[in-house]
Design a protein around this ligand. Structure first.
Ligand SMILES: [Zn+2]
Length: 403
């Protein structure tokens, strides 16, 4: 069936009008969508209009398809620039020279919806905004540790949905739960070729930009220009969404960013952080963040076992050596950490093969626990300028390198 809801309409008509032959069954939603589960762009916009009083809503750019990209900012920006580029600051062992006079400020960022079908991070950020505004999430649960942690931070910047084109393309606010069948989620996420066969992951990464006309449905990964922002042409001709994020991060110079996705392995189906491919010197900071966050998730029953050696030992190396997170690290020094969530739309299993179901309610808790631990880590450890690259004199051998 042709879904009129699946049409790719745009605000300014920059992208072609396309209709997608999405199978009707793929578009089924639960009869009752919980009030805390806000994922559609128009619902997010309404929520921000109604809720944001302490923060400021800012349009940071316009997508390839002509849609506004919005950030919500809290607190005091880092302000004046330093005297050099990030690269220059690393080259002279003086990161504060990049961060500027307020190098000690602590700036936290959360970015969701880089892939438009990955709802968990979006819902988590919406609920985080509710906590920052009212102290409670949209379920009414208070998060006193977040409220306390934010007093130790200077600035919080949240982008609920970066890939607004991808999100707008998927006319589903919440998936129905389909047992252990992930095929519909895969269809909505990575799309299908014209014959209906799923493009799949990681095969989808072979086609950037993806020609939407070759598909039955392009999925929520690409923007309207067919580009998966997580794997953009960062240093050549980046997409408007990437440029908006780069401009914002150059202005804000965040210490720590969580890049929120959905996509944990189906045979160890629990929330996890990935080690970014970044400066070696930031490794200790990542490992401490990982240990804290995964230990907490484990204590909350949100990891596969109660064995900290198994659940809270950081992975030894990055599995994604070139993506948005390491581009951001090169761009502005931020430690950008990709967090994968389980999906509300299907179950996986633990390591022993026993099915694991994550309810939407607990998925929101899981997201907020990650933000809480990341914020407390930033508050307690002092931020980028304290993790590595503080001012110290060059050694004689470093002075002799001359690069
Ligand atoms: Zn993703």
């Amino acid at each position: 069936m042709i879904s009129s809801l699946g049409s790719e309409s745009t605000i300014n008509g920059a992208a072609p009008q396309l209709s997608y032959a999405i199978p009707a069954g793929h578009l089924r939603e639960p009869e009752q969508i919980p009030a805390y589960w806000i994922t559609a762009l128009e619902d997010i916009s309404r929520f921000l209009d109604k809720t944001v009083r302490k923060g400021a809503v800012e349009t940071i750019g316009v997508s390839a398809g002509g849609r506004e990209i919005v950030a919500v900012c809290y607190g005091t920006p880092r302000g004046a620039n330093g005297t050099t580029t990030f690269s220059g600051s690393v080259g002279c062992n003086n990161v504060p020279a990049y961060f500027g006079p307020n190098a000690d400020s602590k700036v936290y960022m959360g970015v969701g919806g880089i892939h438009g079908s990955e709802y968990e991070g979006i819902v988590g950020l919406i609920n985080l905004i509710a906590v920052l505004e009212t102290g409670c999430d949209l379920k009414g649960r208070p998060w006193p540790q977040i409220t306390t942690a934010i007093h130790g931070l200077d600035r919080i910047v949240i982008i609920p949905v970066l890939n607004v084109d991808g999100r707008a393309r998927i006319p589903v606010r919440m998936e129905i739960h389909r047992g252990e069948d992930e095929s519909v989620h895969s269809y909505l996420t990575n799309g299908a070729w014209a014959d209906g066969s799923c493009i799949g992951w990681p095969a989808c990464k072979q086609f950037i930009p993806l020609d939407h006309a070759l598909t039955q449905f392009p999925g929520g990964y690409p923007n309207d220009a067919g580009v998966n922002i997580q794997h953009d042409d960062f240093m050549g001709n980046p997409q408007p969404e990437t440029r908006a994020l780069f401009a914002l991060t150059a202005r804000e110079r965040p210490d720590l960013m969580l890049n929120l996705h959905t996509g944990v392995p189906p045979r160890d189906y629990f929330q996890r952080m990935h080690r970014p491919f970044m400066e070696d010197a930031l490794g200790n900071a990542f490992e401490e963040l990982y240990r804290r966050t995964h230990t907490r998730l484990m204590r909350e029953g949100l990891q596969g076992t109660n064995n900290p050696a198994l659940e809270a030992t950081p992975p030894p190396k990055s599995c994604f050596p070139c993506n948005l997170d390491n581009a951001l690290n090169l761009h502005c020094g931020v430690m950008s950490v990709l967090v994968e969530a389980p999906s509300h739309g299907f179950s996986g299993t633990n390591r022993e093969g026993i099915p694991v179901l994550h309810t939407p309610d607990r998925l929101v808790d899981t997201q907020l626990i990650c933000h809480e631990e990341a914020m407390r880590f930033l508050r307690d450890t002092g931020g980028r300028a304290h993790w590595v690259g503080g001012k110290r004199p060059l050694t004689s051998s470093e002075r002799g390198i001359g690069s």
